[in-house]
Design a protein around this ligand. Structure first.
Ligand code: C2O
Ligand code: CU
Ligand code: CU
Length: 457
């Protein structure tokens, strides 16, 4: 996307018909009618305003995932934009009635203000409407936002046309090409009879990369920087390359690692990003290298994308052995330890996903960390829960009695918490005071109340 002027973007959320499955069209709800939405370019030190205009029949809230954003622009689930001329009455969703004072409405559009005082990183933006994030993201309300800075620019990593964001997600389709989801009726969450599929999180049977199934990227005999995002509602991937190609990870959710880490396979969970360099220089033109999902249960959910080497080119990029200076992950820096248990629990209205046994209640903080301090947050779980914090970044200290794994490196905002695992992270509460959230990034779990507020004081 192009800014309308330096430091200012304008995006319109609207319905559009696009061709995803060849020969059919799909109605998407997209930023500027696109799925994924336009990629925003943010520059560290350049405050940027994004005006989001809503022309959809439903309210929306736009969150910059990974952004260090003041609370009033963070995309709180009850801070909503409603299309001009429409009214919306808070219904209480599926979890009973929420306190009316937590709801705010903007008519037509809202200006989200991003100070962009954070380091270069691959961020993304997506809808965050109370109780309806999952179906609204499924319909297309998500896109990349890339923060760049001088530190990252100064490295000899691949740049320009060889720096490519890849939005990986799964979808299912009806015969007529429309998206299939347990319920896309904006007033009804779950169609009777499909509760179980919904409980685990909704998965599609086709994988899309930047909105296309099984696409081909033509590459030269050079290194490429691929910014991988798992933008799926609930699917986890184990990405692998054929032909002996490897991922050299240079960044995680929150930018550059201290040093590169090589992986032959990468497990990526909803909300997570891996910034990797892949070297195609050793392959003669005509070679095809495929990226597959080793966790796929069918040919369609194994097939991610293809890289076709087409030409010999000159490449002076490289991956230096040192990338950035990161703060030490020192447990002793923490002023306290808090434990959060992510679990399915039984409530009067049926089973739901909760944190410490409590379903989400907007406006009720369950932790009040102090600005400028660090804490250890311990996550325990009964299932796969990709845990995400707004605003605050963290480093993984360990998993149970073991240390962090190779894919845990760097500064993160989303961490894979696996069944019956205990994951400790060191969180730094830097940025702003105010009301923020953390939640499971399985979006159906999030909508089923596996979310909580924390307030930075
Ligand atoms: Cu990407 Cu609150 O989430
Ligand atoms: Cu977020
Ligand atoms: Cu979950």
């Amino acid at each position: 996307a192009r800014p309308v002027e330096p430091g200012r973007y304008e995006l319109t959320q609207r319905a559009a018909r696009v061709e995803i499955i060849p020969g059919t069209t799909t109605e998407v709800w997209g930023f500027d009618g696109a799925f994924p939405g336009p990629t925003l370019e943010l520059r560290r030190g350049s405050r940027t305003t994004v005006r989001v205009r809503n022309e959809l029949p439903v309210p929306t809230s736009t969150h910059l995932h990974g952004g260090v954003t003041p609370a009033d622009s963070d995309g709180y689930p009850t801070d909503l934009v409603v299309a001009e001329g429409r009214t919306f009455r808070p219904s209480g969703g599926m979890h009973g009635h929420h306190d009316p004072s937590v709801w705010t409405f903007h008519s037509g559009a809202k200006d989200y203000v991003y100070p962009v005082e954070q380091r270069a990183a691959t961020l993304w933006y997506h809808d965050h409407r109370m109780d309806f994030t999952a179906p609204q993201v499924w319909r297309g309300l998500a896109g990349f936002a890339i923060v760049r800075d001088d530190e990252d620019d100064a490295l000899p990593l691949p740049k320009g046309e060889r720096d490519i964001p890849l939005f990986i997600c799964d979808r299912a389709f009806e015969e007529d090409g429309s998206f299939r989801y347990p319920s896309l009726d904006p007033t009804l969450l779950v169609r009777p009879g499909v509760e179980d599929a919904y409980m685990e999180g909704v998965q599609g049977d086709v994988i899309l990369v930047n909105g296309a199934p099984w696409p081909v990227l033509e590459v030269g005999t050079a290194r490429y920087r691929l910014r991988l995002l798992n933008g799926s509602n609930a699917r986890r991937y184990r990405l692998e390359l054929t032909g002996g190609a490897r991922f050299v990870q240079v960044g995680s959710d929150q930018g550059l690692l201290a040093a590169p880490v090589e992986h032959s396979s990468l497990t990526i969970v909803p909300g997570e990003r891996f910034d990797v360099v892949v070297d195609f220089s050793g392959y003669p033109p005509g070679t095809e290298i495929t990226m597959v999902n080793a966790l796929g249960e069918s040919p369609n959910t194994r097939a991610v994308m293809r890289f076709r080497v087409t030409s010999r080119v000159r490449d002076d990029s490289r991956v230096p052995p040192r990338l950035a200076e990161l703060p030490p992950a020192d447990r002793a820096a923490a002023v306290t330890v808090r434990t959060f248990d992510f679990r399915r629990t039984r409530h009067d209205s049926g089973d739901m996903w909760t944190i410490n046994g409590e379903p989400y209640e907007p406006g009720r903080p369950i932790a009040e960390p102090r600005l400028g301090t660090a804490e250890v947050w311990r996550f325990t779980s009964d299932f796969h829960h990709p845990v995400h914090l707004h605003l605050a970044h963290f480093q993984v200290l360990g998993r149970g009695t073991r240390g962090p794994e190779a894919t845990d490196a760097g500064l993160k905002d989303t961490v894979d918490v696996r069944p019956y695992e205990i994951v400790d992270v060191l969180v730094r509460f830097d940025g702003y005071r105010g009301r923020y959230m953390f939640h499971c990034h399985n979006l159906e779990h999030e909508d089923m109340a596996m979310m909580a507020d924390f307030r930075i004081v």
